[in-house]
Each structure stands twice: as structure tokens, then as C-alpha cells.
Design a protein around this ligand. Structure first.
Ligand SMILES: [Zn+2]
Length: 56
């Protein structure tokens, strides 16, 4: 299990995620689209999210 805080890469976002890396990345893609207007999950975003994940 991993955890990820969206606020680690998007200032002041309180949303957190937990699960496997793939589950978190899928949830982040939906969240980024709905809440941050991100239309495309770029490799840079994926690596930023992976880099910010911590073991849970
Ligand atoms: Zn967010």
C-alpha cells in the first residue's frame, strides 16, 4: 500500500489517496481532471505522483 497527498504537487489541495501505485495513479487522473482541469496525464505528472508516494 502507498499513500499520496495531492497537496504535495498541487498547492493547498487536501485530497489524499491510498492503494497500490496503479490504483492511486488511476484515481489521481480522475481527480486531476475533475478538480484541477488537467486534461492529460503527462509522463511528468506520473513521475511527480510516483515520487511523492509514501509507503502506508
Ligand atoms: Zn488535488
Amino acid at each position: 500500500m502507498k499513500q499520496f497527498r495531492c497537496g504535495d504537487i498541487i498547492t493547498d489541495c487536501p485530497t489524499t489517496f491510498a492503494g497500490t501505485e496503479d490504483e492511486i495513479l488511476a484515481a489521481v487522473a480522475l481527480h486531476a481532471h475533475h478538480d484541477h482541469g488537467v486534461d492529460e496525464v503527462t509522463p511528468e505528472l506520473v513521475s511527480a505522483v510516483r515520487g511523492a508516494m509514501v509507503a502506508a
